[in-house]
Design a protein. Structure first.
Ligand SMILES: [Mg+2]
Length: 240
């Protein structure tokens, strides 16, 4: 869709995804995965370990949900599997330390975020709509220094149509009054557009395998992809 065809004139509330939209997230997971593969190098190659880890994570998704703590548990389970039970307590302890170190990382805002929130907050009600662990996301938001821009923080167990329908109910708005901004077509764009809302997709350079979609699943219209968050304020009629 061309920029001049995207005309979300009815928007009252703009929802922002958090991870890899407001701040860096996925690269930290990749770094921990690399360390994890090195730690288990004597048992299997990195490709095999990553494949097994993803399987374990998907199997655990319904039980644990998203976030670093869920990730840590899946790392430990994968380590036991890949090593056929030979993984040492010292190595498990190291995995736990890797996870704790990842949780403790100070999140860094992506360029332009504060400026765009500042402009948009003049005209729109802004919210955060994110998946992940409650404690994790609350901590990151607090450390980010941008929580003052948001009227509401929604930490969702998942980002499917049903979850968004409930969110719109809480916000007391119609889908056509809602715009979602995020890096995931699967979680931030498709369900919102399917409900009749609008979305702005800002791809991040790394996407978790779980968030990728086939081109055929993409909805027609009502959303636009842009290169950076800088473009969002202009699209919403507030200059660059
Ligand atoms: Mg995201």
């Amino acid at each position: 869709m061309r920029v001049n065809e995207f005309q979300p004139h009815t928007i009252k509330v703009i929802g922002f995804d958090a991870d890899d939209t407001l701040w860096v997230n996925e690269p930290y997971y990749r770094e921990t995965e690399e360390k994890f593969c090195s730690l288990l190098a004597e048992y299997a190659g990195a490709g095999e370990i990553n494949r097994r880890l993803y399987e374990v994570e998907m199997n655990n998704m319904e039980l644990y949900g998203y976030g670093t703590k869920a990730f840590m548990l899946s790392l430990i389970e994968t380590a036991i599997q890949v090593s056929d039970g030979r993984i040492t307590p010292a190595a498990i302890s190291e995995i736990i330390q890797m996870g704790k170190a990842q949780i403790a990382l100070k999140n860094s805002l992506l360029p332009g975020v504060t400026d765009v929130l500042d402009r948009l907050s003049e005209r729109y009600r802004l919210i955060v709509a994110t998946k992940g662990d409650l404690l994790d996301q609350e901590r990151k938001l607090k450390n980010s220094g941008i929580s003052g821009y948001f009227h509401h923080i929604e930490i969702m167990t998942d980002k499917r149509e049903d979850n968004y329908r409930k969110l719109l109910g809480h916000l007391d708005i119609n889908a056509g009054e809602f715009l979602m901004v995020g890096n995931s077509l699967r979680s931030d764009v498709i369900p919102v557009v399917n409900l009749g809302g609008y979305a702005i997709h800002i791809p991040f350079h790394i996407t978790w395998q779980h968030e990728t979609v086939d081109e055929g699943e993409l909805p027609e219209g009502r959303y636009i992809s842009v290169d950076s968050i800088h473009e969002v304020s202009a699209l919403m009629g507030l200059g660059q």
